[in-house]
Design a protein around this ligand. Structure first.
Ligand code: TMP
Length: 206
């Protein structure tokens, strides 16, 4: 089995950039949720298009879970089983933070739904990139028109942040919080140090 590392964080945390850099460093398979399969791309469009408008929170959670189930079955598990390392940009932690905390569905039912979707697959390590709200806001403003979830409001995103911290606190062996402030290179150094400290076998790899 390959190693399975997930990057999590709020909007503008820089996790997609850092996931890409780690995947390049390891020669790993880089993937993301929602949307990194053909079916998933259609679910992503539906989930993120502001034109979708209000979506019942349970429906939103189920669509995220459908994307994850297909993604795990067709991409992540096959890659891990081939011995490939997999770096994934968002996973179960996003559903717990966004649908569990942000939408108020609660962590437990969303975790149970995700466990059904993944068939119990869990990452070896989750890197939570943390940035102050003002830094995230500036990065987001520079990124252009917000999607449906980015536009969900400050209180929603505050709860998402709380949801992430609660998960990291509840599972400190699996989660590591890395500061996402500063340059891309600064953050990348912190990420590599954190991963090498947590996944000892990675230190000897290129
Ligand atoms: P991205 O822009 O980082 O690719 O993420 C897409 C959006 O989807 C982001 O606002 C977080 C949200 N999301 C959820 O709400 N629940 C989930 O389970 C996942 C994977 C993403």
């Amino acid at each position: 089995m390959g190693r399975f590392v997930v990057f999590e964080g709020g909007e503008g945390s820089g996790k997609s950039t850092q996931a890409r850099l780690l995947a390049e460093r390891w020669g790993a398979e880089l993937t993301f949720e929602p949307g990194d399969t053909e079916v998933g791309a259609r679910l992503r469009a539906l989930l993120l298009d502001p034109a979708t408008g209000d979506l019942d929170p349970r429906a939103e959670a189920l669509l995220m879970a459908a994307d994850r189930a297909h993604h795990v079955a067709t991409r992540i598990r096959p890659a891990l089983n081939r011995g490939r390392d997999v770096v994934c940009d968002r996973f179960v932690g996003s559903s717990i933070a966004y649908q569990g905390y942000g939408r108020g569905l609660g962590a437990e039912p969303v975790a149970a739904l995700s466990a059904f979707a993944t068939g119990g697959l869990t990452p070896d390590l989750v890197v939570l990139l943390s940035v102050p709200a003002d830094v995230a806001g500036e990065r987001l403003a520079a990124a252009g028109v917000p999607d449906r979830l980015e536009a969900a409001g400050d209180e929603f995103h505050r709860q998402v942040g709380e949801g992430y911290l609660a998960q990291a606190a509840a599972d400190p062996d699996r989660w590591v919080i890395v500061s996402g402030t500063g340059s891309i290179d600064d953050v990348a150094v912190r990420v590599v140090e954190a991963i090498d400290a947590r996944l000892p076998s990675s230190a000897s790899r290129p």
